[in-house]
Design a protein around this ligand. Structure first.
Ligand code: MCN
Length: 761
């Protein structure tokens, strides 16, 4: 097995010159002739009946062209928010979704919900006039805490969702789990909270909608992670046929799951653009982002792990509360699918039982966020395993080794139905232990102690499902032109991932031509291609694999065309390095020659299942007991992401993921005031962001096992860092303070929280 370090660089990213010299065009760089500007009036309270909305003064203000309210949304019929919670739950239960007019009507259910849209000649005029919209509310008690929302007597958000319970389900075998727990030598119990966070991409959400009366179609500029899913969702929301929704998705300044769904603001702008017969542009502020972009995580797990006397796992039980906020967002399904898929992690656990309760609360809707349930389940399982190791006095690596799914058991079907294709878990662990000098930790701990610091070591061994998407298939069209340039069209969408480089490389490698000869075009306006948007770390497994298939097709069909020129049979033509040759001819047919008359076009498609990247991360921290401050002093990562297309990009994805997880561990958290339901973290003054200094140099190595799901042997990597870093960093801090008798700490592990725990211990 190859053991190549991440440090190997395969070449620079081809998109970077454009991106870092300001030559990219983001949504707010686009302007349409005659465009107007929209400004949303948003709820300033968490839960209230709307008694009246008086728009007269605003409508009469200078420059104002129109004011739109919930009445307009209801009149248009834009009230049924699309969601993807299509699973069948307990006793056949279907998800209950509150109606969500694209501008609130009758009621507001979270701070920031759009109530009115003011459209004017200038952005400033729209903003000024928004202050003149008079909304009379009748306040209602609110609930922002997911456990509280499920209690009897809690404020009720919606008649459609009795008890605030949107969905309930179970997985596994309760009886088998009960029997195993009764026979266990040891049971570990923990309440594990994955906190509510906000993705905060660089580019705030914005949208420009231009209605065309002649074709009754809408041209929509917005930062999105793809167009196919969002197009069908927006079509479902508005009943406007999909072919009348033409997306212009150019540069996207980060997505992280938050840009994967159709937001109501887009549909509200459609109403305005049609009514005013003019393009309408809205550029969101950072605070609007914090209040209304979907949040991530917010799961509470009560976990129990049963072990026999040798530390073998017998059974696991997890009772989940998965908050979805005030409405069911399009991205919410991942929190169920992904936590179920890998519920037993990398371990062989014979009996499993899990329950889900999905409340709605007076908070911003929750959607996918880097990992979408995978970090949450990994964090829960790894917390249980680490705690079990401490309780029974066994080395945390040894406990893992005893319970790994062995190499011989792959492909492995987990008790919750995940089908893991291939992973060398003991091999990954061994490599990581060596890289991190696991054995030498006691010496390092003693040194830290002498310097007055509490040192801890953390380990996480995780696996996650990537690749599978909802689209019927992924399609790629490639065109070959008279210059010999190959252009590949697809509906995946880079938001900073470097797809132009990696997908270009896949095609360049297959055709054995220079990368400069390949162009990648994603989400061209009006495209009819099918496929998944970018999310779930599936683009390389999906669109990337089809790029390879498309290139193979070009070679095969090219051979037939070259055979005609060479006067031989296609089977007598060989292809290499951009040239077709035959032993029976002296002539050479170049790729460009095939397209002399006209550009050639080839379609390819594929449908791929889940791949299972996995890894072992080991981190060490020093906690200063005087201040509660934590310093991460070492971070090692060994990952199996299958075959890497571009090592530098893979390394970047892992680093980004690790630091994004570290942000959640050490500071990021969306906080609501429990009394009023006000959002207390709506600016970067209140919301922590991780900085470069938070994590030292990450020492990374690859330990690939080839995926069989993809013809390229690739597994996804976009979320892996996050999934592994949350458990490893919390584990390291807990290891540091455990000698003081501290067994549990909840994220975020701020200095104040750690200091308080140390002082109470
Ligand atoms: N790659 C590779 N070899 C592999 C696997 C991947 O070279 N074996 C490369 C890919 O070709 C791609 C990148 O690594 O350039 C990530 O690939 P992949 O794992 O397929 O994930 P996606 O492209 O589908 O990206 C989605 C993933 C998700 S779900 C989130 S959330 C996230 C993430 O990527 N959001 C990001 N990384 C992000 N990175 C940036 N810069 N911005 C975001 O918003």
């Amino acid at each position: 097995m190859s053991n190549e370090a991440h440090h190997h660089h395969d070449g620079k990213r081809v998109e970077d010159v454009r991106l870092i010299t300001g030559a990219g065009r983001y949504t707010s760089d686009w302007n349409a002739p005659g465009q107007l500007y929209g400004h949303f009036v948003r709820a300033d309270r968490a839960h209230a009946e709307i008694v009246s909305v008086d728009t007269k003064a605003a409508a009469a203000a200078p420059g104002v062209k129109g004011v739109f309210t919930g009445e307009d949304a209801v009149k248009a019929g834009y009230t049924k928010a699309p969601h993807t919670m299509q699973f069948v739950g307990k006793n056949g239960m279907k998800a209950r979704a509150p109606d969500r007019p694209v501008l609130a009507h009758g009621k507001v259910r979270f701070v920031g919900e759009a109530v009115a849209l003011v459209v004017a000649d200038t952005a400033a005029a729209a903003q000024d006039a928004a202050d003149l919209v008079q909304i009379e509310y009748r306040d209602l008690p609110s609930v922002t805490d997911p456990e509280g929302a499920l209690e009897a007597g809690a404020p009720q958000l919606s008649d459609e969702v009795p008890g605030n319970l949107a969905w309930e389900s179970e997985v596994g075998d309760e009886k088998a789990v009960e029997a195993a727990f009764a026979a266990a030598a040891h049971v570990t119990r923990a309440k594990v909270i994955s906190t509510r966070v906000s993705a905060s991409p660089m580019e705030p959400r914005s949208c420009l909608v231009a209605y065309d009366a002649a074709t009754e179609s809408y041209r929509i500029h917005s930062p999105m992670q793809g167009i196919t899913t969002i197009r069908s969702q927006l079509s479902a929301y508005t009943k406007v046929p999909q072919e009348k929704l033409i997306f212009e998705v150019r540069e996207v300044g980060g997505g992280f799951g938050q840009r994967s769904g159709a937001y109501p603001e887009y549909a509200a702008l459609m109403i305005a653009s049609k009514a005013l017969q003019a393009p309408v542009k809205w550029t969101g502020t950072r605070t609007e982002g914090f209040l209304t972009d979907t949040h991530g995580r917010n799961m509470i797990a009560h976990g129990q792990l049963a072990l026999d006397k040798d530390g073998k796992f017998l059974a696991m039980r997890i009772d989940w509360i998965v908050d979805l906020g005030a409405y069911l967002s399009p991205g919410a399904q991942g929190h169920i699918r992904n936590t179920t898929n890998c519920m037993t992690g990398v371990y062989k656990i014979p009996a499993l039982y899990g329950t889900y309760r999905i409340p709605i609360t007076n908070t911003t809707p929750i959607g996918a966020y880097r990992g979408a349930g995978r970090p949450d389940i990994a964090y829960t399982v790894e917390r249980l395993v680490n705690q079990a190791a401490a309780e029974i006095g066994m080395d945390a690596a040894e406990l893992r080794r005893r319970n790994f799914i062995p190499l011989s058991a792959f492909p492995y079907t987990s008790p919750s139905g995940g089908s893991y294709e291939i992973a060398d878990l003991p091999g990954v662990l061994k490599q990581a232990l060596a890289l991190a000098d696991w054995k030498g930790f006691d010496g390092r701990r003693a040194k830290s102690k002498a310097a007055g610091k509490l040192r801890g070591i953390g380990i996480s061994t995780v696996i996650e499902n990537t690749g599978l998407g909802n689209a019927p298939q992924d399609e790629v069209e490639i065109q070959l032109d008279a210059n010999g340039t190959v252009t590949a069209f697809m509906v995946a969408k880079s938001q900073g991932h470097g797809h132009e480089t990696t997908f270009g490389t896949i095609i360049a490698n297959a055709l054995q031509i220079p990368l400069e000869k390949v162009k990648i075009e994603q989400c061209t306006p009006g495209t009819k291609l099918k496929g998944n948007g970018t999310g779930g770390s599936r683009s390389t497994v999906g669109a990337g694999s089809v790029c390879h298939i498309a290139a193979q097709k070009l070679i095969e069909e090219g051979k037939a065309l070259a055979a005609l020129e060479l006067g031989v049979e296609p089977s007598q033509v060989a292809y290499a390095n951009g040239e077709f040759k035959s032993d029976l001819s002296d002539r050479i047919v170049k790729l460009a020659d095939l397209a002399k008359e006209k550009t050639l076009s080839f379609m390819a498609d594929g449908k791929f299942g889940s791949t299972y990247p996995n890894g072992c991360h080991i981190a060490e921290v020093e906690v200063d007991p005087e201040t509660g401050t934590t310093e991460v002093v070492s971070y090692c990562a060994v990952d199996d992401i299958g075959v890497a297309i571009n090592h530098a990009i893979v390394e970047g994805q892992l680093h980004g993921g690790v630091v994004q997880g570290a942000g959640q561990v050490f500071g990021e958290q969306v906080v609501y005031d429990p009394e009023t339901g006000q959002a207390l973290t709506a600016t970067f003054m209140d919301y922590y962001m991780p900085r470069a200094g938070l994590i030292p140099e990450i020492r990374g190595e690859e330990h690939p096992t080839k995926s069989t799901v993809s013809p390229l042997g690739v597994k996804g990597v976009g979320e892996s860092g996050c999934t592994a870093s949350i458990p490893v960093l919390v584990g390291a801090v807990l290891d540091a303070v455990r000698p003081l008798g501290i067994k549990n700490l909840d994220m975020p592990l701020t200095p104040a929280r750690v200091w308080r725990a140390i002082n109470q211990a």
